[in-house]
Design a protein around this ligand. Structure first.
Ligand code: GDP
Length: 322
C-alpha cells in the first residue's frame, strides 16, 4: 500500500500527435517499472483504432510509474470537448495536469475545453513544451502562446506562473531551460513530485470511493475505477453501494478483487489507501457515479452529471418573403 504522501495523481492534456503517448512510454521506461525480461509495450495509451481514425483520444486509461519512492498515477483525458461530464469526472481524480504542447505547432484550440476545466478545478499546471528537437521548433513563441491561452482562460496568478519544462519525449530528455539539453526525464519527474500536491483525505475515516469510470473484463465482469476519497479499502471487503441514479436505496455488496495500476497493468492488491486510484470487481450492477462506502456510512459523494446525448432542432413558421 503506497502511503498517501507518496502518491501523485496527474492527467496529461495534449492535442493529438503532440507526443503524449511517446512521453508516457518514456516515463514508464525511465520510471523503473519494467522488469528485465518484460518487453516494452510501445504506444500504450492510444491503442483504440477508432480513436486513431477520429484523431482524438477518448478512452481514459490509467498508467502508474514509480519515481524515487513516489507513485505517479497518470490518468488519460479525452483531448477534446466533453462527452457528458466525462472530462470533469476524470479531472476530479487528479491534483494537477501536464499541459503538453508541441514546440512547433503550439497550443491547439481543441485542448482549450479540457484545460479550462482543469483550471476551474484549481489544479496545478506544469507546462511541457515537447519536441524541442524539431528543426522548426519555435520555443519562445510557443511559450507566449501558452501564456496567452492561460490568460484567456482566466488562470489564477499561480497557474499563470506554472513551471515550464522543455522536453524531447522521443529522446527521453527534459530540462528546466530551453538553452539546456537534458539527459533524462528527471527534471519532469522532480517537478511532478515537488509541485503537484499529494491527494487529500482522511486515511482514518470510513471508506468512501467515487466510481469515475467502468471497465469490463470477460472473467470478472464490470470493473469500477476511481479514487479512494476517504479511508482504506481492501480485497473481499463488504461495502455499501450508493446508487447515483437513486433507483434503489444503498445496498450491500462485496469487493471481490482489488487492483492497483502498475505500469500498464492492473495488479491485484490487498488494500489501498486514500488518494490512490483503484479498480475493483465483484459488484455486478456498479455504474459510473455510484459511491462505494464502508458498510456503516452509506454517504454518497456528489458527482458530475452524465448528460444524455441530445439533439436540438428549432421549428418555425416560414416568414420568408419568397
Ligand atoms: P499523441 O497522439 O499525443 O499520443 O502523440 P504520439 O506520442 O503518438 O506522437 C506523435 C508523433 O510525434 C510520433 O510520430 C512521435 O514519434 C512524434 N514525437 C513525439 N515526441 C517527439 C519529440 O520529442 N520530438 C520529435 N521530433 N517527435 C516526437
Amino acid at each position: 500500500m503506497t502511503d498517501q504522501k507518496n502518491i501523485r495523481n496527474i492527467a496529461i492534456i495534449a492535442h493529438v500527435d503532440h507526443g503524449k503517448t511517446t512521453l508516457v512510454d518514456e516515463m514508464l521506461k525511465q520510471g523503473g517499472i519494467y522488469r528485465e525480461n518484460q518487453a516494452v509495450v510501445d504506444r500504450v495509451m492510444d491503442s483504440g483504432d477508432l480513436e486513431r481514425e477520429r484523431g482524438i483520444t477518448i478512452l481514459a486509461k490509467n498508467t502508474a510509474v514509480h519515481y524515487k519512492g513516489t507513485k505517479i498515477n497518470i490518468v488519460d483525458t479525452p483531448g477534446h470537448a466533453d462527452f457528458g461530464g466525462e472530462v470533469e469526472r476524470i479531472l476530479k481524480m487528479v491534483n494537477g495536469v501536464l499541459l503538453l504542447v508541441d514546440a512547433a505547432e503550439g497550443p491547439m484550440p481543441q485542448t482549450r475545453f479540457v484545460l479550462q476545466k482543469a483550471l476551474e478545478l484549481g489544479h496545478k499546471v506544469i507546462v511541457v513544451v515537447n519536441k524541442i528537437d524539431r528543426l522548426d521548433a519555435r520555443v519562445e513563441e510557443v511559450m507566449d502562446e501558452v501564456l496567452e491561452l492561460l490568460l484567456d482562460l482566466n488562470a489564477t496568478d499561480e497557474q499563470f506562473e506554472s513551471p515550464t519544462l522543455f522536453c524531447s519525449a522521443r529522446q527521453g530528455i527534459a530540462s528546466y531551460s530551453p538553452n539546456e539539453t537534458g539527459v533524462n526525464l528527471d527534471p519532469l519527474f522532480d517537478t511532478i513530485v515537488n509541485y503537484i500536491p499529494a491527494p487529500e483525505g482522511d486515511p482514518t475515516a470510513p471508506m468512501q470511493m467515487l466510481v469515475s469510470s467502468i471497465d469490463y473484463n470477460d472473467y470478472v465482469g464490470r470493473i469500477a475505477v476511481g479514487r479512494v476519497e476517504r479511508g482504506k479499502i481492501h480485497a473481499n471487503q463488504e461495502v455499501m453501494v450508493c446508487d447515483y441514479h437513486e433507483k434503489h436505496a444503498p445496498y450491500k455488496a462485496k469487493v471481490v478483487n482489488l487492483y492497483q495500476i502498475d505500469g500498464l497493468k492492473r495488479v491485484p492488491a490487498e488494500n489501498a489507501t486514500v488518494g490512490d486510484i483503484v479498480c475493483l470487481s465483484g459488484i455486478t450492477d456498479i455504474s459510473i457515479g455510484d459511491t462505494i462506502t464502508a458498510v456503516d456510512t452509506p454517504e454518497a459523494l456528489s458527482f458530475v452529471k452524465i448528460d444524455e446525448p441530445t439533439i436540438e432542432m428549432t421549428f418555425a413558421v416560414n416568414d420568408s418573403p419568397f
